[in-house]
Design a binder for this molecule. Structure first.
Ligand code: GTP
Ligand code: MG
Length: 260
């Protein structure tokens, strides 16, 4: 159960449609059965442990991992499908894991970019956790990837607490959702390594106050790089892809996950 909102940790998690056994859930794949002390281990401690193992596994496979977070509908899938097309054209091998409560709609959209995608459906859970990602990653050929991008469940609250084993976090803020979101949801924005202002083509019609948004982000997301992108028009896409390739090239030694 998510400590923030009480969302159910019941057994309805599926990976590409296949049920994940409830008893297995939350435990690593190498350790199939439950130890008595694990039952009382705080969820986030257990998650942190699995996340560290994911990170080690990704690094052993030489895959750089990005966790993408934002509110529902702020443009994650649209941005990531376009990102996949561009990175692929530049010679980077990209795979994605996408989380939603239900449907494989986003996986279908992302696969249209010609990349491997694994869909996690969480049933009732409002965030991805490290063990779900460990299971989904087992479905991918990590040896063939340079970059793995994880689209988290659309939610500005709970996913902030769950390290997935990523190397960096990108948090999206769309021009249509209000420039005060960073002030209202500080933990999510505070933990961002990159903030992407999305749907810049809609800034005018939405009455987006860019100056206020940047001021709010500078207050809350101190150390984040701030980018402005329209996946619709392509504005800002080259810079965003350059940042990702730069981070990937820089490798794993940097301070890529100072959110812990
Ligand atoms: N005009 C415009 N619309 C956009 C842009 N990016 C996304 N949209 C639209 O915004 C809506 C939501 O986009 P998605 O990419 O599905 O958003 P999401 O964050 O993946 O949504 P969830 O996965 O449900 O949280 C869709 O109707 C998109 O077409 C953009 O840059 N400009
Ligand atoms: Mg989506």
């Amino acid at each position: 159960m998510c400590k923030e909102c009480g969302c159910d940790h019941g057994g309805d998690v599926r990976i590409d449609g296949c049920p994940v056994e409830p008893r297995e859930h939350g435990h690593s794949h190498e350790e199939g059965h439950t130890h008595a002390e694990d039952v009382h281990m705080p969820i986030l401690d257990e998650n942190a442990r699995v996340a560290e193992r994911n990170r080690g596994y990704f690094e052993a496979k030489n895959v750089w991992v990005l966790n993408v977070l934002s509110s529902p509908g702020s443009g994650k899938t649209t941005l990531l499908a376009e990102t996949a097309r561009r990175l692929k054209a530049q010679g980077a091998e990209v795979g994605m894991i996408v989380g939603d409560l239900a449907t494989d709609n986003d996986a279908v959209r992302l696969r249209e970019a010609g990349i491997p995608v694994v869909q996690i459906t969480t049933g009732t859970m409002c965030h991805l956790d490290a063990s779900m990602v460990a299971r989904a990653a087992r479905q991918m050929d990590l040896d063939s990837l340079d970059i793995l991008i994880i689209e988290n469940v659309g939610n500005l609250v709970c996913p902030a607490d769950f390290d997935l084993g990523e190397h960096a976090r990108a948090v999206l803020l769309s021009t249509t959702e209000g420039e005060d979101k960073p002030l209202k949801y500080p933990p999510m924005f505070h933990m961002a390594d990159i903030v992407v202002i999305t749907k810049t083509d809609l800034a005018g019609p939405a009455g987006f106050d860019r100056t206020a948004a940047l001021a709010n982000l500078n207050r809350i997301a101190h150390h984040a790089d701030i980018l402005e992108v329209s996946a619709r028009t392509g504005d800002g896409m080259d810079t965003w892809c350059d940042v990702l390739r730069h981070l990937r090239t820089r490798g794993y030694a940097g301070d890529g996950h100072h959110h812990h």
